[in-house]
Design a binder for this molecule. Sequence first.
Ligand SMILES: *Cc1c(COP(=O)(O)O)cnc(C)c1O
Length: 404
Amino acid sequence: MFNVENIRKDFPILQRKVNGKPLVYFDNAATGQTPQLVIDVIANYYQNYNSNIHRGVHSLSQEATDAYEASRKIIQNHFNAKEAYEIILTSGTTHSINLVANGFRTLLTKGDEIIVSAMEHHSNIVPWQMLCEATGAELKVIPMNIEGELVLSNYDNILSDKTKLVFVNHISNALGTINPIKTIIKKAHLFGAAVLIDGAQACPHLIPDVQDLDVDFYVASAHKMCGPTGVGMLYGKEEWLKKLPPYQGGGEMIAEVSFNKTTYADLPHKFEAGTPNIAGVIAFGAAINYMNSIGFKAIEVYENELLDYATTQLLGIDGLTIYGTSKNKTSVISFNLDGIHPYDVGTLLDKMGIAVRTGHHCAQPIMDFYNIPGTIRASFAFYNTKEEIDNLVEGVKKAQLMLQ
Ligand SMILES: *Cc1c(COP(=O)(O)O)cnc(C)c1O
């Protein structure tokens, strides 16, 4: 049974006060909070078996290696990857995307085209622009409409035999829109193009099945799904991971090294140079187990309730506009008050203990589309409550009175 009061007890940070008021944490789209159980996993690693992995014959190294590889298995099962070695452990979504974009430098030439959407996070734009600069490939954009949905008829027009890669987020961090990625993937495959899905914002809310999606690359960060910062994953189909060259050279990623020639290790080690965030990876597995123990179906139902409630309450405020009004969206609400800068509202809300994000949310093209400097973004997780939303609505009304 889903019981939010019990769930809140798992998160020590939710008990604290900010500026003398109980913390209302509505910045979950930037990073999620961490339950005590996951914090304990990190402490336990350093207290009891801190040791480098894969290289040692001694017991601590073996324990650390086993826990690290067990985590890879948890991630494999969660995303339903066919093989554990198709899961590459990285420092996060940004690292995962750069790894793939860098690898494609060897596979693209002038005349090739790659496709991005109009609603991407900067980390799913800039690495590809760098790829275009390095190879002469051209970047095309799937536009969006006023509701904050991708215009798929336009996608059909820009797809062609020249298209080599398509990269789109599963859920927009700025608008909350859930994109029709299965359709996007299917259409790209008709032209032989590979698809990378940025799942950083989707994974806190749903379970992607990479085999069912038939996606070529899927990336995510642990810190948005109850895990620590500085850890993430790249799922890649075996055939693609074999085609891509290593991203970084170093220890652990080699088979043999001499000054004449170095040969690379097999998957997944080819892409995991150097000592990784071992405690972080182990905690990532624990975080996924924790979220599954709550249940993604229950999380979805509850978060949709929060989203509907907050949308109705906020729209009751005169002069408030919500950006991103797709029927397919998750618990992210971007909004503005007429004639008031989002930053000023965010600052006043902070004084009331309410944490929201203000600004462009690393998605400047979306702000340009709406011709606004930024938005106030409230993003909800399964440990938030309707009472907290009432606090937000009261806070926004107060801020409006003070700033008008
Ligand atoms: C958070 C986020 C990223 C960046 O994730 P990092 O953990 O900072 O690498 C990329 N894309 C989307 C959609 C995000 O929400």
